[in-house]
Structure formats: C-alpha cells, structure tokens
Design a protein around this ligand. Structure first.
Ligand code: SF4
Ligand code: MG
Length: 316
C-alpha cells in the first residue's frame, strides 16, 4: 500500500483505565494522503479522539505502526520526531482550554515559533501578525488576552498558532462543535480556504456527519474502536453500506431542521471497556444474525475505494 502523509496500522492502543485495560483503538488502519481531507466520524467514546492524538504524535500506539511521510515514527531520531510533531498540528474542540489565559495572543501564537527558532527574533512580530491575518483575526488585537475574545475568535487564535509552525496537516478534533451554527460555517470556510492556499492535509474528526460532508474527500466511520466503513464522501452519502453508517445518515437532518446528536441511533452506546463480542454493533443492529454475535466482520471491498465491515456483504 502507498504511504500517505500520515498512515498507521494501530493494533490496539492500550489505555489504562483502572482497573480495566481497554483498547480505545483496535486494529485501525488509517491512511491520510497528502492534500487529502479525511472526515473521521462516530459517536463519542468510539476512539476517534485517541486516533487523532496518535496521528498528531501526542500518543504512541502500543502496537502497530505510525508513519509520517512513509517514515516509521519509532525509528526517527528525537530531532526528526520533533519535526514530525510540528508538521502535524492538532486543533482542539475548546480553544479556551487550550489557550494559556495568562499569555497575550502575540505570545500564544509566537511561542512555538520562538522555541523552535523558526524566524529571526526581529521578524517575529510581523510573522505573528501575518498568521493572525491568515486566520481572519485583526493583528491589532494581538496584545489582548484570550478571555477578551469570542469563541469563534479564540478558535481563530488556535488556528493561527497551529499555522505559525508551518504544518503540512491539521488534525481538527471537534473543532467547530462548541460554536454557534453561523460561526461554525465561518470556521469551516476558513479551513477550506487554508486548504487551497497552503495545500493542507486534514484529518477532520466530528460526531456530526453533516459537518464533515462539505469538506471531506473521504469519510471514515468508527464504532467502538474499529473502522466499520470508509469511502469517498459522495459514496458514503449516496450508497452507504454499513448498518451503523445508515443509522447515522438517518440522523443527518435536512437543512431546515435542527441538527440532532448521534445518540438517537437506537440503543445505548455500550461501554468501550467491555465492547460486545463479534460485531461490536450487534446489540443495536436491526439486521443482526447469530454469527454477528461471535464473529468479527473484517473490512472488505464493496466498491472501488469503498470498504465495509459487515457480514451481510457475504450473503449477496
Ligand atoms: Fe449488523 Fe451483523 Fe453487519 Fe454487524 S455484521 S452491522 S450486527 S448485520
Ligand atoms: Mg472526543
């Protein structure tokens, strides 16, 4: 298989949650090609944030492989690892929690640039202003503190900070989930403009299929630590294969109806600490058969570029 900008075969990231040991990510095979926008969707607790943190280099998988530009992360020198970490930046759901309240915007955006000596000290202020402008913020406000900004503006500060280190890829974890719908659209448009201008690659994580629809080239659907389906975005929306994806799509409302949360998929999400046997989705699946309780379905090709993990596909 061709290496992507990021790719990983993550055979189980073990998270220690006393007293149990659980696999937040269980045999996930993810490739994000250069310039590609991959939307990663699923209900909360499905492991998508963990996967995002692994992609960004903040967590290491306990087994498996994590590669950046085809190079195995575990085999990189310290310097290469630092470099790789800068190249993949994480944008968080709550910008407020990720911005140091005691630092001015100029320090927040310039901090990593200074630490890594990316531009000469004499040019730092101009450089910070340029990043703020790119993120759609007035540079004249750079002397202010995070609490003096709105939620949308704070997310722009977080974006300016990420752009300042000249990344190749942004991992956006619920980056617009905390914002009003009109502000969401503005920030999503900013991400798309930046993609064009900077040839950025994205892993766009959201519980909301409606959010990823407009910006993703490809969608990856996760359920309880496993990828259940992946396909080009139009294929996911027009020819979904997996019963879980279909249930999610039933909940993507028409434009005139308020968005609902994924929790409306029938039944409770089982605990990731004790996932159901066989197909993890079987307790909630309207098509479940006896074999679904015992046998894990593998991801199989159902159309070009379209993989799905469901036993129903064996019966066709
Ligand atoms: Fe439903 Fe069985 Fe397919 Fe799982 S494998 S999604 S339980 S039909
Ligand atoms: Mg999360």
């Amino acid at each position: 298989r061709a290496p992507g900008l990021f790719d990983g075969i993550l055979q189980g990231l073990r998270l220690q949650r006393e007293p149990a040991v659980t696999h937040a990510v269980d045999g996930v095979d993810l490739v994000v090609g250069r310039g590609e926008v991959v939307g990663l969707v699923g209900e909360s607790g499905c492991g998508k944030s963990t996967l995002g943190r692994i992609a960004a280099g903040l967590l290491a998988p306990s087994e498996g492989s994590r590669r950046v530009n085809g190079v195995e992360a575990a085999a990189m020198s310290r310097r290469q690892q630092r470099q790789a970490r800068l190249k993949i930046q994480l944008i968080f759901q709550d910008p407020y929690a990720s911005l140091n309240p005691r630092l001015r915007v100029t320090e927040i955006v310039g901090e990593a640039v200074r630490t890594h000596d990316l531009v000469p000290q004499s040019e730092l202020d101009d450089y910070v202003c340029a990043q703020l402008q790119r993120a759609g913020l007035n540079p004249a406000l750079r002397g202010r503190y995070p609490h003096q900004f709105s939620g949308g503006q704070r997310q722009r500060i977080g974006i300016a900070r990420a752009l300042a280190v000249n990344p190749d890829m942004l991992v956006c974890d619920e980056a617009v989930a905390a914002l009003d719908v009109s502000i969401q659209a503005q920030i999503l448009n900013l991400f798309m403009d930046l993609r064009e201008q900077l040839n950025l690659t994205y892993l766009f994580i959201s519980h909301d299929l409606g959010v990823v629809e407009h910006l993703s080239d490809r969608v990856v659907v996760m359920y309880l630590g496993r990828v259940v389906e992946t396909a080009p975005v139009a294929e996911i929306f027009h020819h979904p294969n997996h019963p879980y994806t279909k249930a999610l799509l039933d909940e993507v409302p028409r434009i005139d109806v308020r968005r609902r949360a994924f929790s409306a998929v029938k039944g409770e999400i089982p605990s990731p600490l004790a996932p159901p046997s066989g197909c993890h989705f079987h307790p909630r699946c309207p098509y479940a058969m006896p074999r679904c309780r015992v046998e894990r379905p593998e991801l199989k090709s159902v159309a070009p570029g379209h993989l799905s993990a469901c036993h129903l596909n064996d019966q066709a």
